[in-house]
Ligand binder design. Structure first.
Ligand code: ATP
Ligand code: MG
Ligand code: MG
Length: 378
């Protein structure tokens, strides 16, 4: 079969490789890390930097089409690749998603509301920022993830200090909103413009990191429709090809605002591997090769728990291996470990998805898994 290329060798690349292999494709991963989660499950691992000319040439030579699994692939690399091979998503769309300022401008173009915000690129803009944005969250415009590159600021003095601490890089100051819930929508769009989406997910974050995803999201129908239609407009107006995730905040006043988007499969869509008849990684393969996009169906309610490196450390600091046997004894548990050897605090080591006949049963089993693993109940 043909070989599909992926820029980036993290867990998202690994799950893409699994989906591609299931459909009979060979795979090649570009990632500088010898022990990357995707590198050692792919057929070929090109072990160079993302801008290395020889590495890019090798990836191109082997691949019929190329996708990315992380947000911060240098846009220049995608431009180079895109000149010779089909690349999805394209460099233009990825560039928008890489920069919070461009991203928010794009939401505006699509008439999708987002948090009140201001660009902070200079000391002068700190002074000029509207007081109504405080208390707020200062976010670096680029390269942030899992809440990294963010600071909560209560007043202007804290804003000044936080900007200095970030080294004066371009930032966005966002008003801190009163959240009732967080949801996300994963859309897949083919080169012919066909769009499908996964069921809306409800997400619980802890310390800025996704901890739990629950599906169905149990939000009202209007909210769900608004989220899906917004995500469709966002994808369509970028002429996006591939899998796109849009995160939303549901506010305490009932309104819905977009938070950010990711030009790739997303942590909040991992449940789809075990709970849907077409997963987000299947959709990524299909959009890349131009295969049809059937409407995904959720066949089981599901709860996904992230497994951060914290679970490998006891309160006294001793390293342990979590009790997988006890967790695997529970019904409907699907354990996914990413093959990472260094369990650091906050590092995503794996996830588990609980599927069940009802949402209540999935939740109950997930809570038992939390008890066994030492995850705070939700
Ligand atoms: P990701 O890993 O999802 O890419 P990130 O580092 O890009 O995360 P955000 O999604 O911007 O960060 O924020 C992380 C979390 O912080 C959000 O999911 C939400 O819980 C909280 N948060 C962010 N912005 C706001 C806001 N304006 N008001 C209230 N809470 C917020
Ligand atoms: Mg982000
Ligand atoms: Mg986020």
């Amino acid at each position: 079969g043909a070989t599909l290329g992926v820029m980036g060798g993290g867990q998202l690349g690994r799950m893409f490789v699994h989906a591609a292999q299931q459909m009979g494709y060979l795979t090649v991963v570009l990632d500088p890390d010898a022990a990357s989660p995707a590198g050692w499950v792919a057929h070929h691992h090109v072990q160079t930097g993302y801008l290395d000319e020889q590495g890019l040439a090798q990836l191109m030579q082997r691949s019929a089409a190329i996708t990315t699994e992380f947000e911060n692939v240098p846009a220049a690399a995608l431009v180079t690749l895109g000149a010779h091979r089909p690349v999805a998503p394209g460099a233009d769309a990825v560039a928008i998603c890489q920069d919070r300022a461009l991203e928010k401008a794009h939401f505006g173009r699509c008439a999708v509301p987002c948090a009140p915000h201001a660009l902070i690129d200079s000391e002068a803009q700190v002074g000029a920022a509207d007081a109504a944005l405080l208390p707020g969250i200062l976010k670096t415009a680029r390269l942030g993830y899992d809440g990294k590159g963010q600071a909560r600021v209560a007043n202007r003095d804290e804003l000044v200090a936080a900007r200095r601490a970030m080294g004066g890089v371009g930032c966005v100051l966002e008003k801190r909103l009163a959240l009732a819930a967080e949801i996300s929508v994963i859309v897949a769009r083919g080169a012919d413009g066909t769009m499908v989406h996964l069921p809306v997910q409800r997400n619980l974050h802890r310390d800025g990191i996704l901890a739990v995803t629950t599906v169905p999201a149990a939000v009202d129908r209007d909210t769900e429709t608004q989220a899906v239609q917004s995500a469709y407009r966002i994808a369509e107006s970028m002429e996006y090809v591939g899998v796109l995730c849009v995160e939303f905040f549901l506010l305490t006043d009932g309104s819905l605002v977009a938070n950010e988007m990711a030009p790739r499969p997303h942590n909040s869509g991992h449940y789809s591997i075990d709970a849907c008849d077409v997963s987000q990684f299947d959709l990524q393969v299909r959009t890349l090769v131009g295969a049809p996009l059937p409407v995904p169906r959720l066949h089981s309610p599901a709860v996904m728990l992230n497994l951060p490196g914290d679970l490998w450390t006891r309160p006294d600091g001793a390293q342990i291996e979590p009790d997988w046997a006890a967790v695997l004894a529970l019904p409907g548990v699907h354990l996914h470990l990413y093959g990472k050897t260094q369990p650091r605090r906050g590092r995503k080591m794996g996830h588990l998805t609980v599927t069940a006949a009802s949402a209540a049963a999935a939740r109950e089993t997930a809570l038992r898994a939390c008890g066994i693993l030492g995850i705070e109940p939700f």
